[in-house]
Write a protein that binds this ligand. Sequence first.
Ligand code: PLP
Length: 426
Amino acid sequence: MRFVSTRGGSPPVTASQAIVNGLAPDGGLYVPERFPVLGKELFNPDLPYHEFAAGIIQPFFEDDPLYGRIPEICRTAFDFDVPLTWLTEKEAVLELFHGPTAAFKDFGARFLASVLEILQEEADEILTILVATSGDTGSAVASAFHLKKGIQVKVLFPKGRVSFRQEKQLTCWDGNIQSYSVEGNFDDCQRMVKEAFQDGVLAKKWKLSSANSINLGRLLPQMVYYIYGAAQYYKRRGVYPSFIIPSGNVGNSVGAYWSRESSAPVKIASLAVNENKTIPDYLKTGTYTPRDSVQTLANAMDVGNPSNMERLLYLFRDFDTFKKNVRAFSVSDDEIRKTIRSAYSRYSYILCPHTAAGEYVRDKFFAGEDTVVVSTAHPAKFEQVVEPEIGVHVTVPESLKEMLETESRFTGIKADFTELFNNGKL
Ligand SMILES: *Cc1c(COP(=O)(O)O)cnc(C)c1O
């Protein structure tokens, strides 16, 4: 199994090479040269999640030195629950927030960290991971890589644009993790990472990789829970559901599309985005116009230039094909608030703002259908948004509590990537 660049100018590589490289040498993103055909026997809802995951991921590592170690990697990475919760007879929520940092980013980050730690076992040079975060990626990556040998992590977050608890989670680390509060927005952070990669001098001195969802190692595990969720749903209802996916950089959605391309029974009803409408506007006009992001209540989706669009545009090569396969609706902050209130009063179920965007799309366009809204974060991460709407305290998960009680530690910098490397400590 080999992976090629979306831009067509890099040699095909195996999965672990693609993961170490992060970005392909031509600046493109790695995608499977061909999708495997996943056998039905893999979709067994009674398997423990980590075994289920190994079955799905292993074909993507065929001919790769890590092939035989995928079961062990999955056992280390996926040591938490992935429950499907039913709001009505047909309407379920796939809760992806039971990992250590309470957002779905734990899946990708923990898998990537386990893979890279093994690959670094024999390396003599330290690997530096750069990661830009709009909130949840950075903490998932920091938590996953904390104290992993042979690896250091630099986390870039936009100053003043993440929630109080998100910031605590980003800055509670020591050892091999360094956090930077950047004077700029998320797109600036993302640009700085890209520029660092493209800088020739830096590339010679530092062994760099990325833990953003441009990294293949983040995406492969993000295919698994759709298939697992579909299998759980089928077990109960005898039909397969359609998924609604709260989206920003669309890495989570690419996971869903890739699982479908690999013959898994994953149907995708729609992406739900916030006021950052780059994708809905593209669907309307046929012209793709990335732009600056605007701030919303669903801050982890505040992305104006979604990095994984390059993979979606590669998969659905022309506008007509894209339009046949992708639907996306924009949800306003008021609609998010309203949905948090209504879900609580109808089902006594508490949604985070991102999941609420998905639930709004279900209510408006797919009510009463066999659907699963993907729940991307625990509501306790966004208590400042959620609690005023529902008037009750949201219980904080244990792992989150610990992070909130640890002292913060970070460096403030301008939106210039060279500042990341100037304090010279390594
Ligand atoms: C990252 C994130 C998203 C968006 O996921 P993408 O893969 O960037 O589309 C949605 N919700 C939450 C809570 C997130 O952390």
